[in-house]
Design a protein around this ligand. Structure first.
Ligand SMILES: *Cc1c(COP(=O)(O)O)cnc(C)c1O
Length: 379
């Protein structure tokens, strides 16, 4: 079985598991217990992870808030700022291709009185900077644009958006869940105010993530969405998931060491995979081919339903159609719909995402199997 669904989730790196293990039993203390060594030792693990996360983002450790993942991070960013800044302005700008963690939260805020502009993208998935600038209103308090798209890998012009937001005194939130641990991030270079990430997308455990919250220029205020105890500077109460946080920190440290070489290695394999599959009749890439992450390809095969390819291949290759996160609902991908690719191309789209444990032999095997399945469907 070949795993080509790293954008849905990744296995834990064995070194991450090893780093976590002592914190389940030996070092089991509550990081908030200040009166004894059990607590101090757990707290040391958490603070080490906070530093590792800060390095990953070029931020300060005090700017890292641990969460249960990116869904919670996106909720805290959007709802937390709305409740703090909502009297000054009620307008949010988001992009139509955002993850559901952002889109569904925006819809919820609309029920509470927020006004949301959902920006269109071009047919390669990119935001138009002029349209973004034109959408800013006097009452806009937040711009939410994801760093890299989970379905296509398309990278938005984050530094340009950061500059624009700063010029207008608007907060800038980016869901960087697909980019974190894979590309060099820098919240000051990009003038990001809030950033969400999740451990399980870069070889850490599931159910843990972090939210970066800027402390200077400006000092971002968020209303907590989880009350009780005042953990994480009051932004997020609840006993910390110490093993998970230690695992997230370790994943961040490993990513710092390997992301450059790994990006090139994966890009090489992805390009080979993509070039080979594009030789098939009617094959095309979805998403801007240049401004895109190196480990993912989203392809359509004209006249073939992706469901048919899943049926033909899912005992041998794990990959997804549309978005894994919404595939329960079996709706056509909202990302490809926002790119206006047309129903046939959307229904024919598959996403192959590679990762740390992908080998060249697996890539070659997958090319052969997918090509065979496509040709059989055509016949
Ligand atoms: C996976 C993902 C999320 C949700 O993260 P969880 O930690 O699984 O809640 C949000 N945004 C993007 C872009 C993602 O890829």
């Amino acid at each position: 079985m070949i795993y080509f669904d790293y954008n849905a989730t990744t296995p834990c790196d064995p070194a991450v598991v090893e780093a976590m293990l002592p914190y389940f039993s030996g070092k089991f203390g509550n990081a908030a217990s200040k009166t004894h060594a059990y607590g101090w030792i757990a707290d040391e693990g958490v603070e080490q992870a906070r530093k590792q996360l800060a390095l990953l983002l070029q931020a300060e450790p005090q700017e890292i808030v641990f969460t249960s993942g990116a869904t919670e991070g996106c909720n805290l960013a959007l709802k937390g700022t709305y409740e703090m800044y909502g009297t000054k302005g009620r307008h949010i700008i988001a992009v139509a291709t955002e993850h559901k963690a952002v889109l569904d939260t925006c819809r919820q805020l609309q029920r509470r009185g927020a006004e949301v502009t959902y920006l269109a993208v071009d047919n390669q998935g990119l935001v138009d900077m002029e349209a973004l600038a034109a959408a800013i209103r006097p009452d806009t308090f937040l711009i939410a644009v994801m760093y890299a798209n989970n379905e296509t890998g398309v990278l938005q012009p984050i530094a340009e958006i950061g500059r624009l937001a700063k010029q207008h005194g608007v907060l800038f939130f980016t869901d960087a869940t697909q980019a974190a641990g894979k590309l060099p991030l820098d919240v000051n270079r990009d003038q990001v105010d809030i950033l969400a990430l999740s451990a399980h997308k870069f070889y850490g455990p599931k159910g843990v993530g972090a939210l970066y919250v800027r402390r200077r220029d400006p000092r971002v205020r968020l209303l907590a969405q989880m009350d009780g105890g005042g953990h994480e500077r009051g932004f997020r109460s609840g006993t910390l998931n110490v093993p998970g946080i230690v695992g997230l920190g370790k994943a961040a440290a490993l990513a710092m060491e390997s992301m450059d070489t790994e990006e090139k290695r994966l890009r090489g394999m992805r390009d080979h995979l993509e070039r080979s599959l594009l030789r098939l009749e009617g094959a095309m890439v979805n998403g801007n081919p240049e401004r895109r992450m190196g480990h993912v390809t989203n392809l359509s095969f004209a006249g073939i339903k992706a469901e048919r390819l899943i049926a033909a291949l899912n005992s041998r290759i794990a990959f997804s159609v549309g978005s894994a996160c919404t595939s329960a609902s079996r709706e056509p991908s909202h990302v490809l719909e926002a790119m206006a690719l047309g129903e046939e191309r959307i229904k024919g789209s598959i996403r192959l995402s590679l990762g740390k444990f992908t080998t060249e032999a697996e890539t070659d095997q997958a090319i052969a199997w997918i090509a065979e399945a496509v040709k059989r469907e055509k016949a």
